[in-house]
Design a protein around this ligand. Structure first.
Ligand code: IMP
Length: 429
């Protein structure tokens, strides 16, 4: 039995979608364990580009069963749109192929309205959320008043939705935000329950059965480790556990499953972040524009969900080392190496400095990074276009050195490098 967990080792957008797609060829099940449609996983197959927000990207492989775990928050409207667009592209999404945990929480228009109203109330100190209602849905879960996928099967689902909207309206009114009419939301959600009822299951039992039958489960993390609710740059984080151990609680798997787990951390060759919060190695000016791209390609640094330009910077080795520890990484995958071609020299942050002291570990995690200044190691760049390279030995010497330095800083070996958005643009090490 194998549980293969794939997580983002930075602030999300590391290119997990295409890495999951790569490994899904050898898995029987792919499962999402956290987050909702704040995520955006892009997979390029030939001329076709799939942008998935909720459904595990492994579904694109015909032999794979896709599972949405109890750790997720699900907006059924997005889900049905995604199912439709997959089916239109010839990817079947039957109840046998897409299983949804009865214990995953529902996102409603009230959660989205609350997200926006709360962000507006935060003013300058806003988190820069995706506005998808993620925080309010997880708030309801923790406050034990949330609606779950299993509620869709209950006879009084309509009343439950109505109560939830009335409840949210009281908070919206306090925030001076427009309130919602419960009627249309109830009708809409009743309709969704008809479409989704056959997909809802106890996925914990099904996944346990799959492992016992010797199948490989690919657990697909959303967002990145530095956005984790406990271990990220709090409060500029998302509201779920994005780190690898979240795969267990977010899928209903016991520690048995973890014993032989393989944990892959996906790391972009440079650092990016979308939304507010600390970013010690952030770059501005021409170099930032160069790393971000113009936005004309889907893989340029613009949010897959919101379209916002991403902040960009040098790779942060201190945060990567931290990420390797809290995730228990067994290997790294480096993405977007091709973007660095043509830069004369590169920098990696190898330590932080504060009051003339150097730190390679952070005293209290990454929450308060403001007092630290990055210490850089300068590395030679390479001129060659690496997008056609398929073997480690064909990479320019400077590119190999750059990757080796990343592995050394993280204390974890690099197993795969991607040099372009296409399925075949990867090299195994
Ligand atoms: P929320 O998850 O919408 O509440 O947003 C909280 C923070 O996480 C914001 O800074 C978002 O930009 C960031 N965020 C949420 N989802 C993603 C993602 O999939 N990739 C990158 N950043 C994300």
């Amino acid at each position: 039995m194998t549980l293969h967990i794939i997580i983002g080792a930075q602030w999300g957008d590391e290119g997990k979608g295409r890495i999951v797609d790569h490994y899904a060829a050898r898995a029987q099940v792919t499962a999402r364990f956290n987050g909702g449609d704040n995520a955006g996983h892009t997979v390029t197959v030939g001329e076709r580009i799939f942008k998935l927000h909720l459904i595990p990207s492994g579904i694109i492989h015909p032999h794979v069963t896709a599972v949405m775990g109890n750790g997720m928050v699900v907006n059924p409207r997005t889900l049905l749109e995604e199912m439709d667009s997959l089916m239109a592209a010839g990817v079947p999404v039957s109840p046998q192929r897409l299983r949804i945990s009865h214990a995953a929480h529902l996102i409603t228009p009230a959660h989205q309205a609350l997200d926006k109203a709360q962000e507006a109330a935060r003013g300058k100190g806003n988190i820069g959320t995706t506005g998808r209602g993620i925080g309010p849905a997880y708030t309801d879960k923790s406050a034990r008043r949330g609606l779950r996928m299993g509620d869709m099967l209950a006879g009084d689902f309509r009343e439950r939705i109505a109560d939830h909207i009335e409840d949210a309206n009281r908070t919206l009114a306090m925030l001076d935000a427009p309130i919602l009419d419960p009627g249309p939301v109830c009708d809409e959600y009743r309709k969704y329950s008809e479409f989704l009822k056959d997909h809802i299951a106890d996925i914990s039992v099904e996944l346990d059965g799959a492992l016992k039958a010797g199948k490989t489960i690919l657990a697909e993390g959303a967002q990145g480790s530095l956005l984790d609710i406990d271990f990220g740059t709090y409060p500029f984080v998302t509201s779920s556990n994005t780190v690898a151990p979240g795969a267990l609680t977010g899928l209903g798997l016991g520690l048995d499953a973890a014993r032989q787990a393989r944990v892959t951390g996906v790391v972009k060759a440079f650092q990016t972040r979308v939304g507010s919060g600390p970013f010690p190695t952030e770059l501005g000016g021409d170099l930032a524009l160069r790393l971000r791209g113009s936005g004309s390609n889907p893989w340029d640094e613009y949010g897959a969900t919101t379209g916002r330009p991403r902040r960009v910077g040098w790779l942060d080795g201190v945060l990567l080392r931290y990420s390797a520890r809290i995730n228990g990484l067994s290997e790294l995958v480096i993405t977007k190496l091709d973007i660095l071609s043509g830069l004369e020299s590169l920098r990696i942050c190898t330590a932080y400095r504060r009051d003339k002291k150097h730190f390679i570990d952070l005293p209290f995690g990454p929450a308060d990074l403001a007092p630290y200044e990055p210490v850089y190691e300068e590395l030679p760049g390479w001129e060659e276009d690496v997008s056609g390279v398929r073997r480690w030995k064909d990479l320019p010497k400077a590119a190999k050195h750059y990757i080796e330095q990343i592995a050394k800083l993280a204390g974890v070996p690099v197993k795969l490098v991607s040099v372009g958005p296409e399925r075949k643009q990867v090299l195994e090490i």
